[in-house]
Design a protein around this ligand. Structure first.
Ligand code: FAD
Length: 291
């Protein structure tokens, strides 16, 4: 089959999806889509092209049963711009290929991240890696002004070093992690879903979560059925530990369980997610050929 063209993805190509104050996600290119997933999966099941409903059933079946390799057949290339502290979290996802702007070669631009006031929050008491409620508006603005002053002073020092002909690779060393960086990033759909599961989660930092949402928009355009299956079987699913399974069984039987403190909080969050579930329309039941 010739190169796969997906209209919704074509419409997104080269368009910057704005993220945070100065960042973006831009879909540069893609290879494959839902049709590539079903084609490659049917190599293992020895079947040819089917109807849309059967393709949808197959994609849901693959996602539900962790038959992940057909999703690796779809590739996406992005150009993204984000603060360095976001890039530091992003780069932990090793199953991608990237090329980043070089601060040794180029003069880094005077572009720093400043949060909007509602995202200037107090340290969370319950989650050492998280935020709690926002500061009062005036206090938040003072924090933002303070951050901006520091960024300006830092950049002025950087420029002074460059004017003195200090090497760019050294002059940049004191620039803060709020500075924006850019890279090309290529990843397959299976590993992008892994990234999105972790980084769109409520426990991920807000500043990377919003990039996750922009990447998700592109994934959805390239492979809408795969994205629907990802939402249904991964994003929308809830996993319970053994102790939580016991607590759930007791709860369903109308009995008390023994969970307390943070364990109880985590359990309650999962039960709330269960209750809020809005499932996709049931996909066609897949009947695999008998081997
Ligand atoms: C909310 C949150 C908090 C976090 N906090 C911290 C933190 O405090 N400190 C910190 O250092 N990190 C932290 N991380 C990063 C986290 O530990 C992972 O490194 C990151 O999420 C990437 O996940 P991954 O390794 O599964 O992804 P990928 O690198 O994309 O790998 C996908 C899978 O491939 C396999 N794999 C890939 N490369 C290797 C390899 N070299 N060896 C073995 N297996 C491999 C693994 O099975 C892995 O799960 C945090 C992540 C999240 C989402």
């Amino acid at each position: 089959m010739a190169r796969m063209i997906v209209e919704a993805a074509e419409a997104l190509l080269d368009k910057e999806i704005k993220v945070l104050d100065k960042g973006f996600v831009r879909l540069v290119d893609y290879m494959g889509g839902d049709q590539r997933i079903v084609q490659s999966a049917r190599v293992s099941y020895g079947e040819g092209t089917k109807t849309y409903r059967q393709d949808r059933g197959l994609i849901h079946y693959l996602m539900k049963n962790w038959h992940t390799s057909p999703f690796e057949q779809v590739q996406l290339t992005f150009h993204t711009k984000m603060p360095i502290f976001v890039a530091r979290q992003w780069v932990r996802h090793r199953t991608a290929r990237l090329n980043e702007i070089s601060g040794r070669y180029s003069v880094m631009k005077d572009e720093f991240y400043l949060p909007s006031p509602e995202h200037v929050c107090y340290q969370s008491e319950s989650n050492k890696q998280g935020r709690s409620e926002s500061l009062p508006f005036d206090e938040a603005m003072k924090v933002i002004e303070h951050m901006e002053q520091e960024q300006k002073a830092n950049y002025a020092n950087y420029e002074k070093l460059l004017e003195g002909n200090v090497a760019r690779e050294l002059a940049r060393a004191n620039l803060p992690v709020s500075l924006y960086t850019e890279w090309y990033w290529q990843i397959d759909l299976h590993n992008l879903f892994h990234f999105l599961r972790l980084r769109m989660d409520a426990h991920a930092q807000y500043e990377i979560r919003v990039f996750g949402e922009a990447l998700a928009q592109c994934a959805k355009a390239v492979s809408p059925l795969a994205y629907e299956a990802f939402e249904e079987h991964i994003l929308g699913s809830v996993s319970f530990s053994r102790a939580e399974c016991e607590a759930l069984a007791l709860m369903l039987a109308g009995k008390d369980h023994a969970l307390t403190g943070r364990s109880l909080q985590s359990f309650d969050d999962k039960v709330a997610k269960l209750k809020a579930a809005v499932p996709a329309e049931q996909p066609e039941e897949l009947v695999l050929p008998v081997a």
